[in-house]
Design a protein around this ligand. Structure first.
Ligand code: ADP
Ligand code: MG
Length: 392
């Protein structure tokens, strides 16, 4: 099967409903019951705050995974992806669970399992995925895939599961079946996102608020620059930072760094002091960003993004030169602010750019990379888009 390869952003044509339905028919010899879509996301601000029970501010983006799905009544699930070669992966629902599936199919099959296990939705199905969310670029292609499949399975089973519960079911699939220790932000953004809004999420209470985010009115654009850099250290360093945050909270005597203050952090020894300072100041920046957006000041986010990057680079120490150069060059070329997004040690930079300067900023970052002999970065503009829904 054709479709997008890893790392290819695609022109938006990839997630085409008619084409996917036709491919579904060729593959499974039947017509899908429907097609469901779920977007990727980018986190505007609030990095490494989720597992500290802090605050985040993601948006759903205009790149999405599609799932064409037809119900089966024999308890089998078959999954294929237009981004993956080979025959569908076939499993019995009763044979799914932690440790039972390897590779990409663990994401959709994990969702089928967690819906059955926690929500009594034991729904066999034929599933075909297509996505134009770049895989592994930090835009959460994984949550887009999970949310599209989760919503589809619930729908064909005739079950109306609240969006936040569905997000938790998707997260559980990723944590327990895929084995990735991620928070619930990605799934919440994909399932609860709204066009023209950012999703203010409290990772402790899981309370959400839609905050107006009108880029057009402000004459601004969000530019994502996938550095295509990656670092073998990423997983180990992530675990190390989580452990440091837990240790810092323990020494301060609070349940999580969410409860720490700048004063309480001062007494820690290094490097815990810097790690904790990032979390405390970053949570503060999220609150500041939300206040700005509530009064329509999108441009005001710029300096917060740049401050977030400095904190991630100097205090949390999860940046790499590719991220630093992209962020700094974007700002020099006219961006109002820029920061690395995601866990660090690779992935993407997010820049807030006057709409007319997108090309200039892109060109400047490309030139800076070329000068250093680095592989050219992949830039693309994203807008706040609608969360997961049924398309047909
Ligand atoms: P991110 O979510 O930031 O894109 P992850 O590592 O969390 O990165 O998830 C990427 C993984 O999700 C891929 O390696 C693949 O296993 C799976 N995945 C995501 N989208 C697809 C897709 N369209 N087809 C097949 N697998 C996918
Ligand atoms: Mg992911």
């Amino acid at each position: 099967m054709g479709g997008l390869q890893d790392g290819e952003a695609g022109a938006g044509g990839a997630a085409n409903v008619d084409e996917l339905s036709a491919a579904f028919e060729r593959l499974y010899g039947r017509v899908p019951d429907g097609v469901w879509a779920a977007p990727g996301r980018v986190n505007i601000i609030g990095e490494h705050t989720d597992y500290n029970e802090g605050l985040v501010l993601p948006i759903a983006i205009d790149r999405r995974a599609l799932a064409a799905v037809a119900a089966r009544d024999d308890g089998m699930v078959r999954v294929a992806s237009r981004q993956r070669q080979g025959d569908p992966v076939v499993r019995e629902l009763s044979d799914l669970g932690p440790g039972r599936v390897r590779g990409w199919a663990a994401y959709p099959l994990g969702v089928a399992w967690s819906l059955a296990d926690r929500h009594g939705v034991s729904q066999g199905a034929d599933i075909l995925i297509d996505s134009n969310v770049p895989l592994g670029a930090g835009l959460s292609s994984s949550a887009a895939l999970e949310a599209a499949v989760g919503l589809a399975l619930a729908d064909v089973a005739g079950r109306d599961i609240p969006r936040d519960a569905l997000a938790l079911a998707c997260q559980r699939a990723e944590n327990e079946v895929v084995g990735a220790p991620t928070g619930v932000m990605d799934q919440m953004a994909s399932l609860l996102g709204r066009a023209g809004s950012a999703l203010f999420l409290d990772c402790r209470s899981l309370q959400t608020e839609q905050v107006p985010f009108d880029l057009d009115a402000a004459g601004l654009a969000l530019l994502v620059i996938d550095t295509r850099a990656s670092h073998d250290l990423a997983d180990g360093e992530y675990g190390d930072r989580r452990a440091a945050c837990e240790e810092a909270a323990r020494r301060i005597g609070v349940p999580a760094l969410r409860d720490a203050t700048l004063e309480s952090v001062q007494n820690l020894s290094e490097p815990l002091r810097r790690r904790a300072r990032h979390v405390v100041t970053e949570i503060d920046r999220v609150q500041h960003a939300v206040r700005l957006l509530r009064r329509g000041d999108v441009a005001g986010l710029g300096p917060l993004l740049t401050a977030s990057h400095a904190s991630l680079r100097d205090d949390f120490e999860v940046s790499i030169p590719e991220l630093d150069v992209a962020a700094a060059t974007a700002v020099e070329a006219g961006a109002l602010g820029a920061r690395m997004v995601g866990g660090g040690f690779g992935g993407s930079v997010l820049a807030l750019v006057p709409a007319g300067d997108v090309d200039a900023v892109t060109a400047a970052v490309e030139a800076a990379y070329e000068l250093r002999g680095w592989a050219s970065p992949l830039p693309f503009v994203v807008t706040p888009a609608e969360g997961a829904r049924r398309l047909r």
